[in-house]
Design a protein around this ligand. Structure first.
Ligand code: 4AZ
Length: 245
């Protein structure tokens, strides 16, 4: 997160880090969101990547990542990953996936599932993006503490010109995507934040609803909106896996 603020423990109890084992301890290169005690919502590109290394654990219920070895108190093994069937790595479409945990998390004040945002409309209230990703565009530094940034959704009409005919996105922004930017052009998600949630606070209780999954962007911390996978368009697919009955 570029130009973010430090999140407090329990503020985003659904926020998890995905741990990748490349041979010398876990690296936490993607985020995710608990949507039930046993399932994490994340990005497909966190599962299917060039290195062909899938995440094997999630770290949950913490703001500080800390060590890179397995910790029984915070870490949960991934039993199965579900990549959305129509995910296109080249077009960056349908960048959404689910992870099933080997055992359910123990729900507490610092560890809890988020709600899913069910409306296809862009949220008009401010949206918050969270993650342990890059904090600078000039230095390759990630954050060990969870950061949050408040940004605003941007309509497809306003967002599309930034990406139409963009060399990496020949078909532009589709309704299954959502764009968001800091109107002041500073705060943003960046590399390492993807897979994590874009969320809105719900009025009824203190819980957040996940409206987007951080997917990609043209750079970070500029006036170019970031692109998120619009969760409301995938509710049937999610429900069939997480709550089949
Ligand atoms: C990335 O590389 C990435 N500014 C994620 C989000 C954004 C840019 C890059 C949005 O994962």
């Amino acid at each position: 997160i570029i130009e973010g603020e430090v999140a407090s423990l329990g503020e985003f109890p659904h926020m998890v880090a995905l741990g990748f084992d490349r041979g010398n301890g876990y690296q936490f290169d993607c985020g995710g969101a608990l949507i039930s005690a046993s399932y994490v919502l994340t990005a497909a590109h966190c599962i299917i990547n060039l290195e062909r290394v899938e995440p094997t654990i999630i770290r949950a219920g913490v703001v500080q990542l800390g060590g890179n070895t397995f910790d029984d108190k915070t870490d949960y093994r991934i039993a199965q990953s579900y990549v959305y069937p129509n995910y296109s790595r080249s077009l960056k479409y349908h960048d959404i996936a689910l992870l099933r945990l080997q055992r359910p998390v123990e729900i507490s004040s610092t560890l809890n599932a988020a709600c899913l945002y069910t409306s296809d409309a862009d949220p008009d209230a401010p949206v918050t993006v969270t993650g342990w990703g890059r904090t600078s565009t000039t230095q390759n530094l990630k954050s060990d503490i969870l950061l949050k940034a408040t940004i605003s959704s941007v309509s497809r009409n306003q967002c599309a010109p930034h990406y139409n005919a963009w060399r990496k996105l020949p078909r532009g922004i589709i309704p299954e995507q959502l764009c968001a930017v800091d109107p002041d052009g500073n705060s943003d998600a960046c590399q390492g934040d993807s897979g994590g949630p874009l969320q809105v606070s719900t009025s009824e209780d203190s819980r957040y609803s996940v409206v987007g999954v951080t997917s990609f962007g043209s750079g970070c911390g500029s006036a170019t909106p970031g692109v998120y996978t619009r969760v409301s368009r995938y509710l049937d697919w999610i429900e069939n896996i997480v709550w089949p009955n």
